[in-house]
Design a protein around this ligand. Sequence first.
Ligand code: ASP
Ligand code: MG
Length: 421
Amino acid sequence: MRIVQKFGGTSVGSIERIQNVAKRVKGWADNGYEVVVVVSAMSGETNRLTELIKKIDPNANRREQDVVLSSGEQVSMALLSIALQAIGIEAVSFSGWQAGISTDKVHSKARILDINSSRIDAVLKQKKIAVVAGFQGITNEQNISTLGRGGSDTSAVALSIALKADECQIYTDVDGVYSTDPRIVPEARRLNTILFEEMLEMASLGAKVLQIRSVELACKYEVPLRVLSSLTPIDENPSLEKLEGTLIIPENKKQTMTKTMEDPKIAGIAFNRDEAQIKVMGVPDRPGVAYKILSAISEQNIEVDMIVQNTSANKLTDFTYTVNRGDYARALEITEGLLSQIEATGVIGNNKMVKVSLVGVGMRSHAGIASKMFEALAQQGINILIISTSEIKISVGIDEQDLEKAVNILHQKFELEKQPA
Ligand code: ASP
Ligand code: MG
């Protein structure tokens, strides 16, 4: 069996933690697993390096920025290798280029194009552990590149694909993916499994356990991906069968890969505090208006999330859209500037909105989930500002002061604290 284990910044945040990671990895090696370890920079290190660059020039040359930023992972990989050797495990560290990770030329957010894993394969054949720096690769011009913040997750998944690993394990400071944020709902439950489609929604809606790109990649190649804690007691006799955490799996493998016949309608509740709403009123109901507003917004590189247009009464309609709060002021200004051109009567903005979403593939086959959701919110006197739906999620925009109440009541209503039968 071959596994890729990724340890994030917190997990390698001190010498003691690095030594703990080494002990954890040793258990797997002793039990006959072939192990490739991917590491992040020690916690806070990438931020520290970013600050150093900014002190000289916030717009510094991107090639050079990547050289600075990639150094954090290089320190971690060798320290872990040394820690493994210190407890009698043979290990070899690899930077991105040494590991054969080729990327495109987009410095600071490069994409992995290909991995030539021959050097790692050779090390595994010699029964040694390969320790690889996450977050980095090399361009076809032999320049060091980095993959964007949180990119080590993507390195780990890409290596799992190239090495045909049986599982990709992402060790972090939480012990899995929860039905919702336990800081808001103490009864939130750790999910044993979640489907890729659901995880992508949970992640994009603000449940930031994994870099979204890594989930997309794992989904595309159907690599089983597990999120688990590096802070739990170390099992000296580990195996894939015993492992906890949350396993993210493809829908078509669900029957064979889950021990229970787990089939909840709703996987979880995600929320995003970072929303703002802009409502254009009294818009004449004629072709081209939505286009005029949205094209002006997207020309400024502002991303629009939800869009709603009412059916018109008296040939006038309201047109509402939402953006990230950081873009709110600019979006409002742009829209106000368009008022006379589109002959609308006014604009109202609300930057105190949050988005709460129910996520679950079970929605496809179960009717009535939306009405149950709206009923629960109504019973608590929570006003819905905007609604949007997709095949596997229902999102509502509500006032930010209602967030905790809404998430709690929905968690209760859909009994997400219960283990599915
Ligand atoms: N060290 C990088 C960051 O902090 C990459 C990673 O940790 O995944 O974003
Ligand atoms: Mg991370």
